[in-house]
Design a protein around this ligand. Structure first.
Ligand code: NAD
Ligand code: TYD
Length: 351
């Protein structure tokens, strides 16, 4: 099979832009759908989501009647359904659907293998069968493993995933790469750092700590709190995905970050300060098994090849995010009082 030429394909005007977004009822997917409908009045979106514990149609309530948007409840491992949807006319698949929480992957890796690996392969096959214009795999910087105290991840960094979650994401990246090289499928991959923003499920650090602080509950900090993450506002991530769709090169991976490294302890203290809460809420708990020490992103490639740059400062993004959780208490209270309560109990009672 002849290789696709590595060029800026497809150009904006080539994309008729009927998108199949998978996992669009989750945190980043729902932010992306809002972003795209706002940014591209001519694009349409079909959102395929199986509504696991992390999927929430409340995130999309305001656009559910938009004629450019359609929701389909279903699983990305369901070949028949995926083929039917892609066969109806899709130009671009944007694959967010995943099991996304490292701690859950430590408890049980099976759903991660099924969705993150097998599901991606089902989507890739459908993309091939119906010759779609672009397959965008939304991956993570965690596929590179952990950094020491210096250096940054570039796209040339070897994949060295350490958790079952990141191993499954890396496997999906490699499948995308293989479908490009073997079948000429037009794929692109993005590898973004830790996101924060509205609609994030409160098992992840920032919404967990904001909502616990609002309830005056302890904030569990793993180990000594010296692990470093490179935080980016989800809106900057969504804009990066749009830029990569339009201007990124086929067959390439792009790192996405915001030059914003924080130790977990500094981050927790900064948020408690914004909220006017005492640092006494911090509780150091047993460390996560295999806990990656540090992630940091080199953005050079995406900035030079697509023109994207992050726009939201950490200070502004954090304040807005804290405000969002303050103003949307019923959203997170419903989640925290549901099946998540059992998870929280199981997860934190033993630490
Ligand atoms: P999330 O857990 O909030 O949402 C995942 C969504 O996928 C949910 O709506 C869920 O119902 C859906 N889903 C899960 N399994 C499915 C299946 N088999 N079929 C159909 N739908 C299914 O995750 P998120 O934080 O929004 O992350 C989205 C994507 O971005 C993931 O692929 C993740 O690896 C990647 N990513 C996340 C971050 C981050 O900081 N959250 C950073 C970089 C990359
Ligand atoms: P998380 O939000 O789970 O993202 P990831 O593991 O994908 O980076 O965790 C972010 C960091 O915060 C990570 O170093 C683990 C740490 N952490 C805590 O200290 N306490 C918590 O309760 C959680 C959920 C995470």
């Amino acid at each position: 099979m002849a290789h696709l030429e590595k060029g800026r394909y497809p150009m904006k005007e080539d994309i008729k832009s009927r998108l199949l977004v998978t996992g669009g009822a989750g945190f980043i997917g729902s932010n992306f759908i809002h972003y795209i409908l706002g940014e591209h009045p001519e694009w349409t979106i079909t959102n395929l989501d199986s509504l696991t514990y992390a999927g929430n149609l409340e995130n999309l309530k305001d656009i559910e009647n938009d004629p450019r948007y359609k929701f389909v409840k279903g699983d990305i491992t369901n070949r028949e359904l995926v083929n039917q949807l892609v066969g109806q006319g899709i130009d671009v698949i944007v694959n967010f659907a995943a099991e996304s929480h490292v701690d859950r992957s430590i408890m049980d890796a099976s759903p991660f293998i099924r969705t993150n690996i097998e599901g991606t392969q089902v989507l890739l096959e459908a993309a091939r069968e119906y010759s779609i214009k672009l397959f965008l795999q939304v991956s993570t910087d965690e596929v590179y493993g952990s950094l020491g105290s210096t250096g940054k991840f570039s796209e040339e960094t070897s994949l060295a995933p350490n958790s079952p979650y990141s191993a499954c994401k890396a496997s999906a990246d490699l499948l995308c790469r293989a479908y490009y090289h073997t079948h000429g499928l037009p794929i692109k991959i993005t590898r973004c750092s830790n996101n924060y923003g509205p609609y994030q499920f409160p098992e992840k650090l920032i919404p967990l700590l904001v909502t616990n602080a609002l309830e005056n509950k302890e904030i569990p900090v793993y180990g000594d709190g010296m692990n470093v993450r490179d935080w980016i506002h989800t809106e900057d991530h969504c804009r990066a995905l749009d830029f990569v769709i339009q201007h990124g090169k086929v067959g390439e991976a792009y790192n996405v970050g915001s030059d914003n490294e924080q130790t977990n302890l500094d981050l927790v203290k900064a948020i408690l300060d914004i909220m006017g809460k005492s640092h006494d809420l911090i509780k150091f708990v047993t460390d996560r098994a295999g806990h990656d020490l540090r992630y940091a992103i080199d953005n050079t490639k995406i900035e030079s090849e697509t023109g994207w740059k992050p726009r939201i400062s950490f200070e502004e993004g954090l304040k807005n995010t804290v405000n969002w959780y303050v103003q949307n208490e019923s959203w997170w209270r419903r989640i925290k009082s549901g099946e998540y309560a059992d998870y929280y109990q199981q997860m934190y009672s033993q630490r």
